[in-house]
Design a binder for this molecule. Sequence first.
Ligand code: SF4
Length: 285
Amino acid sequence: MSSVLKIMVAKDAGFCFGVRDAIEKAREVAREHGKVYMLGDIVHNERVVKDLAKENVNVVDSLEQVKDAPVLFRAHGTIPEIWAEAGKKELEIVDATCPLVHEIHDEIKKLHLEGRKLIIIGDHGHDEVVAIQAQVPQAIIIASIKEAEALPRMKKAGVVSQSTQMIENVQEIIGILSMKIYDLRFVNTVCFPTRRNQSQIKEIAPNADVMIIVGSYTSANTKRLHEVSLSLNPRSYMVENASDIQESWFDKAESVGISAGASSPDDLIEEVVEHLNNLHVKSRV
Ligand code: SF4
């Protein structure tokens, strides 16, 4: 016997407002000026980047390649040196930095003015973390509990986090730091769309037989949501699109929960929902 799956989609799955606004801005500017340039991909999602290229949103490696059109600075922030270089070249800058990322930059600068040692909880080499670090003269990046444990004792330090960190990871690291730092000030800069996404997954994952997280394998944010889901439901899978879905995952399953990373567009999520709607799985009896 086969049956149709009950599908539960997390209410706010997919693009966060920061990414959505940046993409909209890129489209608008390209329409107005014939094209627009960006240093690197606007989001970690191949389909979005390819679709935007068709609308003359061009990805370049350096400002040298920017000619006769504005350059858009992406949602997760840009290092001050690039701002200065673009200014010197008199390029037209379109700032699509998410306001919540600007807030992180402001917070770390305030912590610096308080004379604190600076710590960023985030992924090494991630563009957002690199831009946060570049706002102040010296900041240490720690990505894991192990790295927090390896830090020396400090008298006075300030901590911010990358906007898309897992709340539990941040809490555990802060717990370790509070044992090592006498005067510790932590500004919780995990953004509210990230917190909302993680909490919706926590609600759905224990109540679904299978969980699907939609997003690019290169997206750190999607990988983290997958980890959250896996911690609550061992039948959690990450897919880039509907064609990655395997029927065997749904053996004897009656329900499936769906969420997606902040860089996953709505049409990709809809495609996955439609695919699952058409899947007739082997029922429990
Ligand atoms: S993940 Fe959060 S901080 Fe980053 S762009 Fe989206 S809303 Fe802004």
